[in-house]
Design a protein around this ligand. Structure first.
Ligand SMILES: O=C(O)CCC(=O)C1=CC=C[C@@H](O)[C@@H]1C(=O)O
Ligand SMILES: [Mg+2]
Length: 372
């Protein structure tokens, strides 16, 4: 394929309910959608999952726009690509900025799968026809509200509940949930809000038979996570600490975790996701696909990657209706009896709804190879 045209769109989508983690609350999701068109007019779609603020990692929507406009698009516009793997190869001159790279690379993978006449999951090597998913619940002020929300989500069919925790809102919150839901598959995500000195406190979570404790320590740590994993019965899951297959290999060798939350944007795209998948499968480390409050485009990419064999735990790819009054894809992502049916159409498997996309677009810019 030859990259003929790229359109960057900044979207603003109001969340149906605020989402609070240890580092902040999201009310409005502002993010970038990348549209890539090849010489045959085949269109691919990608989504930057960077937040407005550099809380989760060093990237923001604005840094992503800068990287795309000033480095990534100039490096790839007008270029002939045999395979999407070449995107990562050609972008190696850019340090980090994985979410910006992933947004472009995902669109190229969409085109590539469409050119093969294949669903993206199949092109990646995935074999599943349905995926079971969990749901991530932000920090709630009111314990009874949390219990009600969990009951409703379990009713809807979600297979796993993920609670956000932070110092002062952890052991007693989980105890309260376990008193009502003693057997539900339950996990917690700390988003790096604890220190090594909190080990004895974190060990109190061992009594609740949690599936995992996600990213208790610093976003860039592997060594101290290995120290606390050696003292915890509950598996540690790493999210923010894993940026590449090399990070995954080191974390596994050090014993920093027993589970990894893979996020396509955090690791720089689908090509690196495939490498991480294989490293973890070789080591017997299960994966699940985390969420970044994506729109339907990012959600579609998450479903595709979750079709791979070593994604054996329910991820955070909840239904569109959990987040948005109206998503930008047709059909929206839905849960049927607690699972998402994997699409069979080519590419990301969903159609981008142009009128809804335009309605949420607050800024856009086009780049054309013919104007080079
Ligand atoms: O997309 C979802 O539903 C999960 C969202 C979620 O848990 C997160 C989104 C963004 C950053 C983090 O706070 C958090 C995570 O760590 O997974
Ligand atoms: Mg997380």
């Amino acid at each position: 394929m030859r990259i003929e045209r790229v359109v960057l769109r900044q979207l603003a989508m109001k969340m149906k309910s605020p989402f609070t983690t240890s580092f902040g609350t999201q009310l409005m999701r502002e993010f970038i959608v990348v549209e890539v068109v090849d010489e045959d007019g085949t269109v691919g779609w990608g989504e930057s999952v960077a937040l407005l603020n550099p809380w989760y990692n060093e990237e923001t929507m604005k840094t992503n726009w800068h990287m795309l406009e000033d480095f990534i698009i100039p490096a790839l516009l007008g270029v002939h690509l045999e395979h999407p793997d070449e995107v990562t190869e050609r972008l190696q001159f850019i340090r980090k900025n994985n979410m910006a790279k992933s947004a472009f690379e995902g669109a190229v993978w969409d085109i590539f799968a469409k050119q093969q006449g294949q669903y993206l999951g199949q092109t990646l090597g995935g074999t599943k026809s349905e995926i079971s998913v969990g749901i991530s619940i932000g920090i709630q002020k009111d314990a009874s509200m949390l219990i009600r929300m969990i009951g409703e989500y379990l009713e809807t069919g979600y297979k796993r509940i993920k609670l956000k925790i932070k110092p002062g809102q952890d052991v007693e919150v989980v105890r309260g949930v376990r008193q009502v839901f003693p057997d539900v598959p339950l996990m917690v995500d700390a988003n790096s809000s604890y220190q090594l000195r909190d080990l004895d406190h974190l060990r109190r979570l061992d009594e609740f038979n949690l599936m995992m404790i996600e990213q208790p320590l610093s976003h860039d740590d592997l060594v101290d996570h290995a120290k606390i994993q050696a003292r915890l019965e509950t598996p540690i899951c790493l999210d923010e600490s894993i940026h590449s297959a090399e990070d995954a290999r080191k974390a596994i060798e050090l014993g920093s975790c027993r589970i990894i939350n893979l996020k396509i944007g955090r690791v720089g795209g689908l090509s690196e996701s495939l490498r991480i998948h294989d490293v973890c499968r070789e080591a017997g480390i299960p994966l699940w696909c985390g969420g970044m409050l994506e729109s339907g485009i990012g959600r579609a990419h998450n479903i595709a990657v979750t079709t791979l064999a070593n994604f054996t735990l329910p991820g955070d790819t909840a239904a569109s209706s959990r987040y948005w009054d109206q998503d930008i894809i047709e059909p929206e992502v839905k849960l049927t009896d607690g699972v998402i049916q994997v699409p069979t159409n080519s590419g990301i498997g969903f159609t981008v709804d142009g009128s809804t996309l335009d309605r949420y677009t607050v800024a856009s810019k086009s780049f054309s190879a013919s104007s080079l």
